[in-house]
Each structure stands twice: as structure tokens, then as C-alpha cells.
Design a protein. Structure first.
Length: 206
């Protein structure tokens, strides 16, 4: 599995009209196939009068799926999937809804319309760079809390939550490649007063 990938930050929508057929592209971030299909279900419900809801999605684990949803084979889902692949966007689903305008577009016209709509939807979405980061837990006495936060900031660590009890416990996400150095140098910097340990890994926006 890669240490970095591109996805969309949030759902976005764009429209395209070709010979009175209305195409609506909707893109959203997802984590798995279940989320992708649930999103597809919501789009279909919102557009229950539409003739087609063509879709494609890609996942970080290599899963990819597309559907022409009644369009001629290869004229809808494959072009939409190609847009995601060309942009190297993963963990995302892109649905293109078509309201038929009464004029046949032909094979080339269909491919262009679905591709154009997919491009527009992707352009409307903000792209996020997701990087594998380490989850770190640090524990310090109250007088050392400020030093801990300043030191963590110098390493690009971001606090995700803080627990105030007998000591202060702070959980951080930090770039994976500097995690070991952060934990070791923090111990030296505080003369052993602050201890940090890696407790896991996750993807977070870079």
C-alpha cells in the first residue's frame, strides 16, 4: 500500500448539457466499497427520474468498479473511471446522472459527454494529498506541557486530543519518516521528563 495518495476533500457537483441531455456529475470521498455504494444509492434517490446513473469508483486497496447503468457497454462507466485514473484520484466515487433530452448522441458523443461531466465534477472538488502518518502519544507533567507543544510543532506534529489528568497526555499525528527522531529527541530535550511512543498509523491530509 502506498504512503501517499490523492482524493477529494469533500463532495462536489457539476453539470454539462449536450443536445438537450442534462448530465450531472457528483464526486465524493469514500473509504470502502460499502460507502461508495451507499453514496450511489443517495444519488439515485435524489435523481429517481433520471434515465441513467453511471458511476465509477477507485479504492486504495486496488479495488475499482464501474457501471454503464443501461448505456451502451463501455460508453459511460469506463470513461468516468478513466477520468479518475488519469487524475490518480482514489478513495473516491464519481457518479454521472443523465436526464435524456430526446436526441441520441451516438457512441462518440456519449463518451465525450460522460468524460466531460466527470472532468467538471473533479475540477469542482478540492483535491487532498493524504499521507501516511504516525500516531504518537506523549505524556508530560503540567509544567512541561508548553515545551512539549513547542517541540511537537517544530516536527510538524499536530495534536488530535489532549487529556488532563495527573499528567497531561497529548496524542499527535506526525509524518511517519520523522516519528522515531521525534520520540528520541523529545526524551533527550526534556531530560527524560517527557516520554512519547508510537501507537499506530493512519492516513491524514498533508
Amino acid at each position: 500500500m502506498p504512503d501517499m495518495y490523492l482524493t477529494v476533500k469533500q463532495a462536489a457537483r457539476a453539470e454539462f448539457t449536450e443536445k438537450r441531455s442534462r448530465f450531472i456529475g457528483t464526486v465524493a470521498p469514500v473509504q470502502n466499497a460499502e460507502e461508495a455504494l451507499a453514496f450511489l444509492g443517495r444519488v439515485r434517490k435524489e435523481n429517481r427520474d433520471a434515465r441513467h446513473n453511471v458511476y465509477a469508483f477507485r479504492l486504495l486497496d486496488g479495488t475499482k468498479r464501474c457501471s454503464d447503468d443501461g448505456e451502451p457497454q463501455g460508453m459511460g462507466g469506463a470513461p468516468v473511471l478513466h477520468v479518475l485514473e488519469t487524475a490518480d484520484v482514489t478513495n473516491a466515487i464519481l457518479v454521472v446522472t443523465r436526464y435524456f433530452g430526446g436526441v441520441l448522441l451516438g457512441a462518440g458523443g456519449l463518451v465525450r459527454a460522460y468524460s466531460n461531466t466527470a472532468h467538471l465534477a473533479l475540477s469542482a472538488a478540492e483535491i487532498a494529498v493524504m499521507e501516511k502518518q504516525a500516531l504518537v502519544r506523549a505524556r508530560a507533567a503540567y509544567p512541561f506541557h508548553g515545551k512539549l507543544m513547542s517541540f511537537a510543532e517544530s516536527f510538524g506534529a499536530k495534536a488530535t486530543d489532549t487529556e488532563f489528568a495527573q499528567d497531561v497526555t497529548v496524542r499527535f499525528v506526525i509524518p511517519l519518516q520523522v516519528c522515531d527522531a521525534f520520540c528520541a529527541q523529545l526524551y533527550d530535550f526534556s531530560a527524560g521528563k517527557i516520554k512519547a511512543e508510537k501507537i499506530g498509523e493512519k492516513f491524514a491530509e498533508k
